[in-house]
Design a protein around this ligand. Structure first.
Ligand SMILES: [Zn+2]
Length: 68
């Protein structure tokens, strides 16, 4: 069975045997086609990491008065 991953930086689909670098971020493991893509991810992980669809409900900040 072939496992394949999507490089979050360049969007390339890479086969398990083609994975050049991996990185764990936010509890997820990301796979990269080249060390360069990993470096790019490390620079801006928030930009490339899969943004889980967060519910609209306010989780951290309460609406209204919360500023010092
Ligand atoms: Zn890549």
């Amino acid at each position: 069975m072939n496992e394949s991953f999507t490089d979050p930086v360049c969007g390339m689909t890479i086969d398990k045997s083609q994975v050049a670098a991996t990185l764990e971020y936010g509890g997820k493991t990301y796979y990269f086609c080249s060390p360069g893509c990993k470096v790019a991810f490390e620079r801006e992980p928030e930009r490339y990491a899969e943004s889980e669809s967060k519910p609209e409900s306010s989780e951290g900040s309460a609406p209204g008065s919360s500023s010092p």
